[in-house]
Design a protein around this ligand. Structure first.
Ligand SMILES: [Zn+2]
Length: 467
């Protein structure tokens, strides 16, 4: 009899709690859509500050601005975590053309890849050889490559629904192209922009020379997809055409910067830490609105939306605005290093770094039991058209926190338009939709609310009753 009563009590409690959960989620979404701050913060970050490459004055302005905004939210703690970051500067704009015969040239749009060296004074002009991937270089060898510019023309795969998979399929061409081509005596590398549509914007992104000595390093740039098609077409007609490019970028000494951190300390389990974040730095061509201004302001609004919705977290919710994701990940590494040295117990981390588009759900790196538990919350998200709760990569900044104990998660917005803007001059504020951004902030807050309430311990009530 006593046992039946206990079971009944649990059923009733679960039902009441589900009701309050639905009500609390509604409050969170209502607040974000009617009274959210994410769009206003993004406006400032994008239009008053702009592109925030690590080590730049703008990156430091963004540190100060977000810290000041945190301070207005009445949080329990706000602080800056120092971190040394690389400093690479683009210098004067790049210039490039295709020369079909002496004096007959067509200008094309390029941008230096982050981390690349400059061209020699006066630029580089040479014959150009097209490959589909850097792996083709070995077969061509020095005989075909020496003294030429290598053009890596690998389009992103269009039939993949998750465009991040298409990005992953070709990002190593950009990252490794120069180090591989240099081994065969190439004098420069031009990489097709990682963009699924045809347009005139070149897309930057990080590249690496690996262990190559300075004397072997060659300049590397991205070309717009329209111009990649043009160049490929011209090469098909005449393989003796020449390509010219000049760029003036350089790497300076590391400088000190900061991760910006704001926290609501847990009322019952302050030592169980839940991290939410995005990265404060961005590339320099646009204003970094989607990558990752959106993730920054959504993360900031998680703390505010919890407060506005009258939710006092049991566990510590810490928002971290990571510095230097784009060209070093120093902020993510530093945060994890400090957390480890302090013996902090991080139970969950959520990153938003996939653009400010309509949220679809979340990806998780977790145990199967925990994923099943999270998937049981699906009905709560149904009214908001959030349905995707699957295993998958979470995000770069939180990945150094990975251990057996923590659950990592990533906000997964619709990804179809993301690579139209990613790392290009058109990653700007007008391409972010206010409601889409706010729905993302609300979805993140809703997930954090549930994680905080139920924890990440997967031993459920029924199991406890049997004991
Ligand atoms: Zn990013």
């Amino acid at each position: 009899m006593k046992r039946i009563f206990l079971l009944l009590l649990i059923v009733v409690t679960v039902q009441i709690s589900a009701q309050t959960d639905a009500e609390n989620l509604k409050k969170i979404y209502d607040n974000s859509l009617t009274n959210g701050m994410s769009y206003q913060w993004l406006d400032h970050l994008s239009n008053q500050i702009g592109g925030r490459l690590s080590g730049s004055l703008n990156a430091e302005k963004a540190v100060q601005y977000t810290k000041e905004e945190f301070e207005t939210l009445g949080l329990d703690k706000v602080w800056l975590q120092p971190v040394m970051v690389p400093r690479w500067v683009r210098g004067a704009p790049e210039f490039a053309y295709i020369e079909t015969s002496p004096g007959k040239t067509t200008n094309v749009n390029i941008c230096a890849l982050g981390g690349s060296i400059a061209t020699p004074e006066g630029g580089v002009k040479a014959n150009i050889i097209e490959v589909a991937t850097y792996k083709d270089l070995e077969a061509l060898g020095e005989a075909k490559i020496k003294g030429k510019i290598v053009f890596i023309n690998r389009p992103m795969q269009a039939n993949l629904i998750n465009t991040f998979e298409a990005y992953g399929g070709c990002s190593s061409e950009r990252y490794r192209g120069a180090q591989e081509a240099a081994k065969y005596g190439a004098v420069g590398v031009i990489v097709r922009s990682l963009n699924l549509r045809l347009d005139d914007y070149p897309h930057t992104g990080s590249m690496s020379y690996g262990d190559l000595p300075n004397s072997m390093r060659i300049p590397s740039a991205a070309i717009s997809t329209n111009d990649a098609e043009l160049l490929s077409g011209m090469l098909a007609l005449d393989e003796n055409i020449k390509f010219y490019f000049s760029q003036h970028c350089k790497k300076l000494a590391d400088v000190q910067s900061y991760n910006v951190i704001g926290e609501i300390t847990g009322s019952e389990f302050p030592n169980e830490i839940i991290v939410v974040g995005g990265h404060l730095d961005s590339w320099d061509l646009g204003d970094g609105s989607h990558d990752d201004g959106a993730g920054v302001v959504q993360s900031m609004d998680v703390l505010r939306l919890l407060k506005e919705s009258g939710i006092r977290p049991k566990r510590t919710i810490r928002v971290v605005l990571f510095m230097n994701e784009e060209n070093g990940l120093r902020g993510g590494k530093k945060y994890a290093e400090v957390a480890k040295s302090k013996g902090e117990n991080h139970i969950f981390a959520l990153e938003s770094d996939s653009g400010g588009f309509t949220p679809r759900g979340f990806s998780f790196q977790s145990s199967e039991a925990m994923l099943t538990k999270i998937q049981s919350w699906r009905p709560l998200f149904k009214p908001y058209l959030i349905h995707y709760f699957e295993e998958g990569y979470s995000g770069a900044d939180i990945s150094p926190l990975k251990n057996d104990n923590i659950v990592l998660a990533g906000l997964r917005p619709d990804s179809q338009r993301y690579f139209d803007h990613h790392h290009a001059a058109n990653d700007t504020f007008e391409h972010v939709n206010k409601r889409e951004l706010e729905l993302g902030a609300a979805s993140m807050t809703a997930l954090i609310y549930l994680i905080d309430k139920y924890g990440t311990d997967t031993i459920n009530a029924e199991v406890q009753l049997k004991d």
